[in-house]
Every structure is written in C-alpha cells, then in structure tokens.
Ligand binder design. Structure first.
Ligand code: 5GP
Ligand code: MG
Length: 456
C-alpha cells in the first residue's frame, strides 16, 4: 500500500505535496519522494525514511516548479533499496517523465519479461518501472497517446500520477480499487491525493473522487480535462475502510470513521458477548469498538494505552523477549480490567500475533474472561491489489477454524464480522473488492501468484 499526491498550478507545489504526504504517512513509511516540474526540467528527491526525515528547507529550493507529484511507500520485508523509492524518473524520446503509483499490477512479470526479452534493463523490482518502459517504448507521438497505449498493457490495481516537464496525468484503474480524490487549492491550482485527509491539511476543497477508468489531464492555463479511458467496473477496496485509511478521510463518498462504527454495530448484532466492558485495540480498533459497545449497550473504555513513540528505528527484540515488543507499544490499565469480563475489538486478524499477545496481556492484568471480536471477516486469501497481506500459509484464517484460532490465541471466545455483515455495514449499493475474504480475484492474478511486496 502506498500514497500518491499530485499538485498542479501552484506556486509552492512541492511544499503542498510535502504536507499532503505527511497527512498520508500512515499509508507508507518505508520511503518517500517528490518530483517537481518547472517547464524545463524535472527535479526529484526521494529517500528511505519518513516524510519529516527526508525533506528539509533546502529540499524545497531544489524542488522548483508549479507541478509536483509525490509518493509514500509502504514498508515491506526485504525491499530496502533507495532505488525502490518513488516517483520513478526517466529520460526518454520525448524528454523527461516521472511516475508515482499506488496499487499492484497483476501482470507485472509477463510485461517485464517481454520488455527484458526486447533488451530493456531494469534497476528495481517495482512494477512502476514497467509503466515508464511501456510509455518510452510506445510508438505513438504524443505523451497522452503513449500513456493510453501503456494502459492497455497493464492489469490490476493502480492509481497513477504521471508528470512531464509541463503536464500532469492522473489515472485510476477501471475497478477504482484504490482511492483517489480531486481537490482545488485555495490560492489556485489543483491537487489529487489518495486520501482526502491530505486536502484537509493543505486547506484544499474536495471536488470529487477520480472516477474508475478516468484520466485527468492537467495543462497550463486550463481546467483539468477528463477522459473516460475504460468502462468503469467499480470495486472499491473494503480493506481501506476496515484498516488502511485514516478515519477522517472520505473515500468514494463514505467517511471511514462512520464505516468503522457501523462495522462495530453490525459485529455486536452478529457476534454479541456477555461482558462488563468493551475495549479497543488502539488505534486501529477504536471506531469499531465504539460501535460494538453501543450495539451491546455496554461501557466503552480506552483500557489499553498506546505508546506513540515506538518508531521505525526501534530495534527488534530478540526471540526470548518477544513479549517486550507488544508491551513497548501497548499497556493495559489494570484497575479497569481486573476481575472483569472484557470484549476486546480489533479491526482485523492477519497472522494472529497481535491478538495472541493482547489476550495474554489482558489475562495477566486480571481479566476474568477475554472475548476477542474482529470487525472484519476472516482473511483467507492474499490480496493482489495493493494490500500487503502475507501468503496463504501465514494467514491464520486460511487454514484454521474460528474455534481453533480462539484456542491458539487463548481467548474465551472469538468472533468475526461476516462478509454479508461487512457489505451491509458499508452499504450494499456497491460491489466491493472483498478479495481477502472471498478469494474472488476479479481484476486478475490469483492466490498463488506473486505477492505485492515490491510495489504496494
Ligand atoms: P496480526 O497480528 O493478526 O498478524 O495482525 C492484526 C493486526 O495488524 C491488527 O491490529 C491490524 O490493525 C493490523 N493490520 C492489519 N492489516 C495491516 C497491514 O496491512 N499493515 C499493518 N502494519 N498492520 C495491519
Ligand atoms: Mg492494529
């Protein structure tokens, strides 16, 4: 998973992109980058690290121009090269180009192998490089036609911001799997961003979501032009609402916090528990836990405190002191918990590691019973569309029943939201991407194809 931003027609485009990326830091912490175009040249800074670590005042002297695109990359195991940071910049026949991508292309190896057979060389494992190659190799004359040509050759989930020396192109795949919105800047100019929380920080007015299959073209002195490239087949990702997005964002007309509240209420209907108290796993379980407590009519307490200073630089504890890891981050308020029957709510269960440690922590703090409730269905299949879920073997729900998992994590009981319940909570007027739960790989790929560790 990643974040992208694009700013066009603004004097301080790089600064605006910087703040937008800062607001979207939750979507990726491994590396970040901004490229700007000043009409003559593209300038680029990208590095491993957080937005506040990578850019400083001198960065903005270099990042000149009124068009900026930017990217936050999600931290994934193994990929630790600065080369894997985005945007990806290249020089080709028509000049300079820079590309930022959020998503995952399911046919990336086929495309790459074909390109390599034809003599192309690659610097990274990222599918974003495929995009640059496909544009560079297209036989069309104009950049816009080369981009359209490239789009016929890629499959999967993508939101793209593409920059030349004077224009910006923004594209959302025809399924609209990843979110992307358009806003207007107060002092003139336009912004696109993966999440609307970026608009709130830079004071932009939300205009609308980019439509599935739509391309927006930004040119000097013109309103953005819209072109519907593909017939839409809308399948927005349910996991954005469950876990990924920030609660203050509005994705395709739905506020993420409200959606989570509703999932919690639905969970209370489907999987109630006789408890004294409802606690969230902070921070990701808070909204759902509020909804769950409200649904049951049971008090809600922030009974687990989260230490926000556990950063990326934290040294992984050794195997023997593994418990320390969760204790560094989360700590129970013993006097709230002692002697009580507790329902503890998390947004999702992936490998089961977090739940196991939290149940243990609550029991050690004196809880009489610990009923774990998950405000999402069982994750049985790896997502191939940009959520970095692990392989089938690592997904505990793909090989174990609810009862077995309850035992493994040591909970008194365990309950998940049903797929139907999730859809009802989100609003059944849409067909969501539920691939992690139902294994319907509607946009290509399958459970056994490569993961997305390089790209999302
Ligand atoms: P588990 O411990 O079962 O492997 O993971 C469940 C926890 O991971 C939940 O607390 C959930 O909030 C969090 N989670 C779910 N999806 C993701 C993700 O894509 N990235 C990260 N870092 N955490 C996730
Ligand atoms: Mg969590």
């Amino acid at each position: 998973m990643c974040a992208i931003v694009g700013v066009y027609g603004a004097k301080n485009a790089a600064k605006i992109a910087y703040y937008a990326l800062f607001a979207m830091q939750h979507r990726g912490q491994e590396s970040t980058g901004i490229s700007t175009a000043d009409g003559d040249r593209i300038h680029l800074i990208k590095k491993r690290g957080l937005v506040t670590e990578v850019f400083d005042e001198p960065s903005f002297e270099l990042l000149r121009g009124n068009c900026a695109i930017g990217h936050n990359r999600y931290s994934t195991a193994g990929a630790d090269s600065v080369l894997d940071a985005q945007p990806v910049f290249a020089r080709y026949k028509l000049g300079e180009i820079s590309v930022a991508h959020n998503g995952n292309l399911v046919n990336k190896y086929e495309v790459r192998n074909r390109l390599i057979d034809n003599g192309a060389i690659f610097q990274t494992g990222m599918d974003t490089e495929n995009i640059v190659h496909l544009i560079a190799k297209s036989q069309k004359d104009a950049l816009v036609d080369r981009i359209k040509d490239m789009l016929t050759k890629i499959e999967g989930a993508y939101c793209l911001a593409i920059q030349s020396r004077s224009k910006m192109f923004v594209i959302r795949d025809r399924f609209g799997i990843r979110p992307l919105s358009l806003g207007r800047l107060k002092d003139g100019g336009w912004i696109i961003a993966s999440e609307t929380c970026a608009f709130d920080l830079v004071g932009a007015e939300f205009i609308r979501d980019v439509r599935p299959g739509e391309m927006l073209i930004f040119e000097e002195g013109q309103e953005p032009q819209s072109e519907q490239i593909f017939e839409p087949d809308f399948h927005p990702c349910a996991f954005e609402y469950i876990y990924f997005a920030r609660p203050d964002s509005i994705i395709d007309g739905k506020n993420v916090y409200q959606a989570r509240l509703q999932m919690g209420r639905m969970l209370a209907k489907e999987s109630p528990a006789e408890v004294d108290l409802v606690l969230p796993v902070p921070d990701s379980g808070v909204a759902a836990a509020r909804g769950y407590a409200e649904g049951l009519g049971v008090p809600f307490e922030m009974g687990i405190v989260r230490n926000h200073y556990v950063g990326r630089t934290f040294i992984e504890p050794t195997q023997e002191i593994r418990d320390l890891k969760v204790k560094l981050k989360l700590s129970p308020i013993r006097h709230l918990i002692e002697g009580k029957c507790i329902a503890i709510i998390d947004d999702s269960l992936v490998r089961g590691t977090t739940s196991k440690q939290i149940v243990k922590m609550l029991l050690e703090a004196g809880a009489k019973e610990v009923h774990m409730r998950i405000a999402a269905p069982e994750i049985k299949y790896p997502c191939r569309y940009g959520i970095d879920t692990p392989t089938m073997e690592e997904l505990i729900s793909s090989s174990h029943s609810v009862e077995e998992i309850a035992q493994m994590i040591g909970a008194t009981s365990l309950g998940f939201l049903s797929v139907e319940g999730l859809v009802e909570a989100l609003g059944s007027e849409r067909t969501y991407s539920l691939v992690s739960f139902d294994g319907n790989y509607f946009a290509g790929g399958n459970a056994n194809s490569f993961g997305c560790a390089d790209d999302c």
